[in-house]
Ligand binder design. Structure first.
Ligand SMILES: C[S@@+](CC[C@H](N)C(=O)[O-])C[C@H]1O[C@@H](n2cnc3c(N)ncnc32)[C@H](O)[C@@H]1O
Length: 331
């Protein structure tokens, strides 16, 4: 059993905790912007496959006092990095500093460089090799949180954030984050069986997440690589078993299940693109239409409506939105 911390959007921790319960995690405890849990390798693998609201899963390894960059270096250089970084594996360090720290420990960029030096020096001393840094797609990601003079060293089990499911069109404007869309749907009271309507679908995030939920598709199946696969204890047959179980759990969506509308032609194309990438295009009807002209889709007895209307990002935007929000209430 290991202890983990899964990060998620603030305010969605309870949904993430519920999802963790569903996959059999233990000692679930809600934190700020994430949830602590315990589990074995199966739980870690299932978490990467099944969690819809999580961004990253971290394995906290140790905490130490960190009042200066030198103290941090001295602690990090003692860690057995050679067990994680071998062969040609690349690495990256991410560092977040918050709370009250000493004056020399307040610069995350410098702390990151110092941590990188400690890792490189340790590996060079033990193996004679110099590991390469790759900040974009590292094989091993080290995450440091420095708060109130204490540094927590974590290994990132995930790599690229889980919100990046890979169905999003490059042209999407102001899209909802995939993990947040999933959290909204899981909190909404939707039963996953009633046809779903999004009358302002934008790039289709809510519809895409709804399709994944209703078809019981594990979102992790959309990805091939996670950084835990580079860890020394990675057990490929166990992972494959979890993947096969997830594939077997998938169910077919009913016809005429998803309905999307948007006044913008590009938004309609983006939603169609997302649903096509996921293979649900024949279960959805996406129409260019204004909300004010919204009609109950033909043949629909009962439906569940969910939407993410424009909310105004700049000061003064709100005033222009008053008529739209009034209209939404009236329709
Ligand atoms: C915040 S975006 C939705 C983003 C979407 N949830 C996503 O993840 O991409 C709001 C959408 O509402 C659409 N919209 C605004 N007013 C509308 C109206 N009166 N009728 C239909 N669509 C409208 C916009 O074109 C925009 O795509």
């Amino acid at each position: 059993m290991s202890k983990f911390f899964v990060t998620c959007a603030r305010g969605t921790e309870e949904v993430t905790a519920y999802e963790l319960e569903e996959i059999g995690a233990d000692a679930i405890e809600i934190g700020m912007g994430g949830v602590h849990f315990e589990g074995d390798q199966d739980v870690l693998y299932k978490a990467h496959l099944w969690l819809r609201t999580a961004n990253r899963i971290l394995l906290p390894l140790r905490s130490f006092q960190c009042r200066s960059p030198e103290e941090m270096y001295d602690n990090l250089v003692k860690f057995k990095w050679e067990t994680f970084l071998h062969g040609d594996l690349t690495f990256a360090v991410e560092c977040t500093i918050s709370g009250r720290n000493s004056i020399t420990m307040n610069h995350s960029h410098y702390a990151r460089l110092k941590a990188k030096d400690a890792i490189v020096d340790r590996i060079r001393e033990k193996t004679g090799d110099r590991p390469n840094v790759d900040t974009d797609h590292p094989d091993v990601r080290v995450v440091l949180y420095i708060r109130d003079g204490v540094c927590t060293l974590n290994m990132d089990a995930t790599g690229e954030s889980l919100h990046n499911r890979g169905y999003r069109s490059r042209h999407a404007e102001a899209p909802l984050k995939e993990t947040l869309a999933a959290a909204i749907l899981l909190l909404s009271g939707w039963d996953g069986e009633t046809p779903l309507v999004d009358p302002m679908c934008g790039s289709g995030t809510l519809l895409a997440e709804a399709a994944l939920i209703a078809s019981n598709t594990a979102p992790g199946l959309l990805r091939e690589r996670f950084t835990f696969m580079n860890w020394p204890d990675f057990h490929a047959p166990r992972w494959e078993k979890c993947v096969e179980e997830a594939k077997d759990a998938q169910v077919e969506l009913p016809d005429n299940f998803l309905f999307g509308f948007d006044q913008d032609r590009d938004a309609v194309k983006q939603t169609e693109f997302a649903l096509k990438v996921l293979g649900f295009e024949d279960k959805a009807t996406i129409t260019q239409a204004k909300f004010e002209e919204f009609q109950r889709p033909e043949g629909m007895e009962q439906g569940f409506l969910v939407m993410n209307p424009p909310y105004g990002e700049r000061l003064g935007d709100e005033e222009g939105l008053v008529p739209l929000y009034k209209l939404m209430g009236d329709t």
